[in-house]
Design a protein around this ligand. Structure first.
Ligand SMILES: NC(=O)c1ccc[n+]([C@@H]2O[C@H](COP(=O)([O-])OP(=O)(O)OC[C@H]3O[C@@H](n4cnc5c(N)ncnc54)[C@H](OP(=O)(O)O)[C@@H]3O)[C@@H](O)[C@H]2O)c1
Length: 430
């Protein structure tokens, strides 16, 4: 039997606690699968109460993780602290510099410093692995980097934030307001007290930047991601979406075009007939389109102690087996600098909702705004209400460049009789 692989867990919070449990409970199966013992030798957390169980099991405990990066008997540091900078970054850099493998679930860190960490790990001859950072329990990094390695990936997209999908699903199924569902999520502990990372799309954007890098062999470029969240989605838009044959989902989408790479996070209307439209509650799903494989869909839980520690364990198992794959699928020196395509050059179809007080000429002015920017209308829905009350007017338009759509929307907002900011949701052809 080979020498044991010695693990240190930094941070015993939700995911660290889950990983601790998995390594203790599954020790036998991990050893059978890798041919060597995987021993948890050290843990770190500032809260002494979280260290009790480890102490009982004779595992070395630290109040701060950083010294673990220098301990001679540790082979793998598992960073489960979080945050794009600060202690998590310092710990990963120090561990790599000391010749230790690093496993991390930290999407914020990788979205901002992934390329530098990949170079550092490669120079040091160690692994920097992060399966748990994207879509939790779904093995999408492994799928892209290994299972689909024979393909040119043209597009990768998905539902990458369970909190947003839970909120949108509840709004759609129960006709509830955004704020109401968010409050319930916070009470149940599904959403943070400050939920902005989730609902403003930032968490999805972190994961998308990582996916794009692995899919296209480029440097991680979080700053190139166009980000919009779900705060402005209303039950009324959900109803209209259903009438038009769509569901509203927050998607992260990365795709290759002749002029560069689009990376965008925003609410989308997705056709009812697609698999992704039916991914409900807090589930995640990722779709990858390859030139030979066609399209694959993976669905599962993207967060929580169990699913996320399952992904952490997969990385540890790869290291124990001596499996080495370049961090982002190609050697770090060969990662391309990808040209970002600005959102104004996005080409797609759109849903528009205006609140309109019926006055002579108002519809002609709205149609005129579209015509002035060569945007072609596909369909119109209108509801009647009492005279003098604002009524929703819903339009879908054929594919056009976003710059033209933006100008038409600006013009529509100025039409007399349009009483609210026009609402726009992009329609995705998937
Ligand atoms: N939660 C999820 O479902 C999920 C899913 C996928 C990925 N992730 C990622 O996994 C990572 C951990 O997330 P989490 O939800 O487990 O966070 P968490 O519950 O807040 O756990 C982080 C732990 O690290 C501890 N810590 C802080 N500073 C430390 C230090 N210097 N040394 C050692 N430990 C320290 C924290 O202690 P204090 O609380 O006392 O500061 C806390 O116990 C993050 O990068 C997150 O993005 C989470």
């Amino acid at each position: 039997m080979s020498k044991s692989l010695n693990i240190a867990i930094a941070g015993l919070g939700t995911i660290g606690g889950g990983t601790f449990k998995l390594l203790m409970e599954q020790a036998e199966i991990l050893e059978r699968r890798t041919g060597r013992a995987i021993r948890l030798v050290a843990v770190a957390d500032p809260d002494a109460s979280r260290l009790k169980e480890a102490k009982k099991n004779g595992i070395r405990c630290y109040a701060d993780a950083l010294p673990m990066a220098a301990e001679a008997d540790i082979d793998v540091v598992v960073e489960l602290i979080g945050g794009s900078d600060g202690i998590a970054k310092k710990l990963c850099e120090a561990a790599i510099a000391n010749g230790k493998h690093v496993v991390s679930a930290n999407k914020a860190l990788i979205a901002h410093h992934g390329t530098a960490l990949a170079h550092a790990a490669e120079d040091a001859g160690v692994t920097f692995a992060y399966e748990a950072a994207v879509a939790g329990g779904i093995p999408i990094i492994k799928s892209l980097r290994e299972g689909l390695a024979g393909n040119n990936i043209k597009r990768v997209y998905g539902i990458l934030n369970g909190t947003c999908n839970f909120i949108l699903s509840a709004m759609s199924d129960q006709s509830r307001e955004f704020e109401d569902v968010l409050k319930e999520c916070q009470q149940r502990g599904y959403a943070e007290a400050d939920p902005s990372f989730d609902i403003d799309g930032i968490d999805t954007a972190h994961k998308l930047a990582i996916l794009a890098s692995v899919a296209f062999g480029g440097e991680v470029n979080f700053d190139a991601v166009h980000i919009e969240g779900i705060r402005h989605i209303s039950p009324m838009d959900m109803q209209f979406a259903a009438e038009l044959g769509y569901r509203i989902k927050l998607l992260g989408i990365a795709s290759i075009r002749d002029d560069g790479v689009e990376q965008r996070v925003h609410p989308c209307m997705v056709p009812e007939t697609t698999a992704i439209a039916h991914v409900a509650g807090s589930l995640n799903a990722v779709v990858a389109d390859g030139d030979f494989v066609d399209s694959i869909v993976l669905e599962g839980y993207g967060a929580g102690a169990g699913p996320t520690s399952s992904a952490v364990a997969a990385d540890i198992i790869d290291i124990a087996r001596g499996l080495k794959v370049p961090t982002f699928g190609v050697p770090a020196a060969q990662l391309k600098t990808i040209t970002p395509v600005p959102m104004q050059r996005h080409f797609g179809a759109y849903y528009i909702r205006l609140m309109v007080v019926d006055k002579p000429g108002v519809f002609a002015d709205i149609a005129g705004a579209l015509k002035n920017h060569a945007v072609s209308m596909e369909s119109v829905l209108q509801r009647t209400r009492d005279p003098g009350e604002a009524v929703p007017v819903v339009m879908t338009v054929h594919k056009t460049e976003e710059a033209a759509m933006t100008k038409a929307l600006d013009e529509m907002a100025l039409v007399e009789g349009v009483v609210e900011e026009p609402r726009m949701i992009r329609i995705e052809s998937l």
